[in-house]
Design a protein around this ligand. Structure first.
Ligand SMILES: [Zn+2]
Length: 98
């Protein structure tokens, strides 16, 4: 019962603040993927160059995805909440936002 009343909004906002530069990095990664794809395809007709580019982008996205998953964890129960983060954790019901 005591757990339900506990306020996790502060812990979650701190978690989100730490994630912000990673969110920007994710956005930059996406921009590079789109722009880079056009550049590689425009400059090189060989498909293998594009494949190398995609593999490099895939390797870059791994730490970004891992960081995103840890940032979107519930501070109360520690489980991944997914993309739809609302006021309350959908898994344990703890309040994570004001
Ligand atoms: Zn939770």
């Amino acid at each position: 019962m005591a757990d339900e009343k506990k306020d996790y909004t502060e812990a979650f906002s701190l978690q989100m603040r730490k994630f912000r530069p990673w969110g920007a990095a994710f956005f930059a990664w996406f921009a590079v993927l789109i722009v880079g794809s056009f550049i590689v395809l425009a400059m090189e007709c060989a498909m293998e160059h594009f494949l190398y580019f995609l593999i490099a982008m895939l390797l870059l996205v791994v730490p970004l995805v891992l960081r995103t998953i840890t940032a979107l964890r519930c501070p109360a129960c520690g489980r991944f909440m997914g993309r739809d983060v609302s006021k309350f954790c959908t898994l344990c019901g703890a309040q994570i936002r004001k």
